[in-house]
Design a binder for this molecule. Sequence first.
Ligand SMILES: Cc1cc2nc3c(=O)[nH]c(=O)nc-3n(C[C@H](O)[C@H](O)[C@H](O)COP(=O)(O)OP(=O)(O)OC[C@H]3O[C@@H](n4cnc5c(N)ncnc54)[C@H](O)[C@@H]3O)c2cc1C
Length: 510
Amino acid sequence: MMTAHDPLLAGGTAADQRPHAIVIGAGFGGLAAAVRLGARGYRVTVLEKLDQPGGRASQFRQDGFTFDAGPTIITAPFIFEELWELCGRKLSDDVSLVSLDPFYTVRFDDGREFRASANDAAMEAEIAKFSPDDVAGYRSYLLESERCFKAGFLGMIDKSYASIGSMVRALPDLVMRRADRSVYKLVSKYIRNEQLRQALSFHPLFIGGNPMRSSGVLSLISYLEREYGVHYAKGGTHSLVQGIVKLIAGQGGKIRTGAEVGQITVHNGRATGVRLENGETIPAAVVVSNADAGWTYSKLLGNHPRKRWTDRKIARAKYSMSLFVWYFGINRRYEDVPHHTVMMGPRFAGLLHDIFDAKHLAEDFSLYLYRPSASDASMAPEGCDSFYVLAPVPNLDGETDWESMAEPYRRRIEAHLSATVLPGFEDHVVTSKVMTPADFRDRLLSLKGAAFGIEPVITQLAWFRPHNASEEVENLFLVGAGTHPGAGLPGVVSSAKILDKVVPHASTVN
Ligand SMILES: Cc1cc2nc3c(=O)[nH]c(=O)nc-3n(C[C@H](O)[C@H](O)[C@H](O)COP(=O)(O)OP(=O)(O)OC[C@H]3O[C@@H](n4cnc5c(N)ncnc54)[C@H](O)[C@@H]3O)c2cc1C
């Protein structure tokens, strides 16, 4: 874990004459942006409000246990590899990625389990275990998923959509055809068994989307997992953060933690730098914001008039769900609990409706249980297990008072885990911490406490998202979950790649 005093966070010298670029926020999007800008000749300063880089991917240690605060499932490692290549290095020089197989277990409320893996024969056996009649449909579904991957991932993820015309021209037919059909509907076209439909369609939740209305193109995740694997970074996801921080230091870039930006300074319609909450002003040739996109426009641009992202439009946008996360360490081990378990609740469509539409905190829940100590002894003291369990919950447009609900909700989850996969564990909990939607709002400055920014629905994708080159102010650029292409590690790291297309090379800046 990195602290404000870590030598890797210092860097850059006063004699450095390269044009200055500021990145607001050290999430994965901001850190990847810093590497891209450094590789294009800028002297980069990343300004981070919190006491460590990583944003949602921060890490904390408590009572001898190590906890990844956020992302745990690493897909598409080639997207990270590119950052290391830009610095003349290899990802494996700094980070030890381990591929997991099986990827994860989906456990249904009736106790049945589906193990997803890269092995075709094993996957077909799992499908047949639930429904032999669905094996042929599964094969066809995989082909559809591959087509979606080629068009929707390779074809779109790192493209800039500055005009609606550019989006329409770029959108391949396939995307247009699949865009109106949800992931769940697309899977249902091929698969009849309801539990298999859920196991193959829940993935949009990883990026803040509702499987019942996220574009069918997101079925590409099945192919992405199968082709490129599901990985774990030894030491936790934060070791990837530390690796990128090292790249930035190697480029002579600088990361300042505990530095909250209060305003982006603008002169004649052009971003000129930032003003910190402590009053310090820092000029820059280029400003990139990795802060929440809605926050960037509604709070950081002060009174600068906005044509597109007005307060009204920001307030009326659809935001992703939030998350309730309980991190806990226990003084015993549950060897048969895998690294990743998705625990489906008794309802699928109904629960999603409660979370995304009714914004009502339901009595039931679906959970994701993370046990990194299954694969990495460094995450917990000897003989112990470190866990987090998360539940998708309504964002703060709902009326849940998390101050009073956090503990009763945690207890409900505890009782459920004890009754299912972790019998008797509650007597062994030795360390505990929760994160609620209020933390997303107050700590990470996310509008409505949304865990994944603006929801990925068809009317809020590509050109319809906040653009990577700001529509409001020249010389301001946006990266991260709230902008194009969207949330999730592959998405936010790709948003930084788009900077190569829209930010002028430092050699052309005076
Ligand atoms: C619990 C959880 C589990 C997840 N699991 C996965 C997963 O398994 N796989 C996956 O791919 N994705 C996962 N995600 C999604 C993924 O973590 C996020 O989409 C991604 O990390 C967001 O990156 P970002 O670049 O948008 O920045 P963020 O992580 O949102 O960071 C933005 C940073 O900007 C800082 N900031 C904001 N405003 C200011 C300001 N005014 N001044 C200075 N700094 C500021 C914040 O403090 C923060 O550090 C998960 C998310 C969560 C919350």
